[in-house]
Design a protein around this ligand. Sequence first.
Ligand code: ZN
Ligand code: ZN
Ligand code: ZN
Length: 443
Amino acid sequence: MVPLEHRPPDSLSTMTGSIKGLERFDSPGKGRGLRVLKAHKVGDLLFSCPAYSSVLAVEERGDYCAFCFNRKKDLARCGKCKKAFYCNAKCQKADWIMHKLECSAMVAFGEKWCPSEITRLVARILVKKKSQKEPCLSEKMMQLGEMQSHLDDMDSEKRQTSESDMAQLHHFYSKHLDFPDHQELLHLFSQVSCNGFTIEDEELSHLGTAVYPDVALLNHSCLPNAIITFKGTSAEIRAIKVMKPGDEVFISYIDLLYPTDDRNNRLSDSYFFICKCQECKSRSQDKLKLKVQKRSKKEDVSSMEHYARKAIQEFRAAKICKTPSELLDICEQSLEKMGSVFEESNVYMLHVMYQAMGVCLFMEDLEEAIRYGQKLIKPYSQLYSPLSLNLSSLFLKLGRLYLTVDKHPAGVNLLKKAMAIMEVVHGKDHPYLAELSKQMKQK
Ligand SMILES: [Zn+2]
Ligand SMILES: [Zn+2]
Ligand SMILES: [Zn+2]
């Protein structure tokens, strides 16, 4: 295990401004954090933070504006590279300072143009840093330079990834960028990999990556009292529990479906700390999450848990190189094997069923996707907190599937459940909700 991180104490001199109703402070045992100065009820917007820099995923081009991440039909295409799409000339013009890093390079390299998303984001950050004179609107409480890098905690595999990202940066962006020295660049890459946020849509599909220095101040808890959602490229933080003045704001950095050891493996691997929240101390949900069939032998259970963790890892790797039908076979085999010891509501079973649902959707086998989705609904509702994005996204996915196969009442029922969550976590005025209402009215 990686030891608990010790962030340096706060230096107030680096603060660049303030966000109304919030205060940066030294959180005991956690380093810097953010706390509220007044009481909040569930659904209150604590703050909204524009992206310091953001980049749209290559796969989402054409569906989202590369500048503002607005989702709409009939986006206009960059005439030169034909690969970037925009709402209008205004968005295109505003994005040019960033897009010019890639526009001609994409034409020149053609099929061989393949920088990672983090490389693309770092290129943008370098441009922004150079052009920026004063702290920007995403740096009211913390500046980009203050973000943790954990460079010394990186294992050789992570270092290697950073080195290859840096090589890509030099390869694809040399024409438009002046590079800082190797160590400084390595530091920036590690900062972005520890503090970058994945922007996801309402079904939790990956849209892109961005950095929000102020949001990076928020510490993690497995019992979070706040949640982060995205509107365009901006991050919005809302209360999902009642808060009193002085309460620290906690979000979750990870998927909270999994038992304590798995959560902490993930946290120490990606963020270099061990969580000490109430749930990590009490492990009160672990037994429910790892539900096994009655009369299972203890040694069978522990060897099956070992198998499940390995199978999940192997599946992640298989996704890159196997065909969808091979992937589905792998899922079915794992489910059969695990099903001899685990209950269907065991989180490892749920993990595999969720993956299988995704593969079926990709293969456009809607009936099978629905079959898997249905099995997830009840255990997800028990295991996730009632205001979880994982829960709302499952309701959405399955609800929309029902509508597609003309099971209208079942579909609308699930979309209503999704909507109830989204009204709180996304806010009632989010464009996703308007889209959803429209969808529910269509027959
Ligand atoms: Zn736009
Ligand atoms: Zn272009
Ligand atoms: Zn925890």
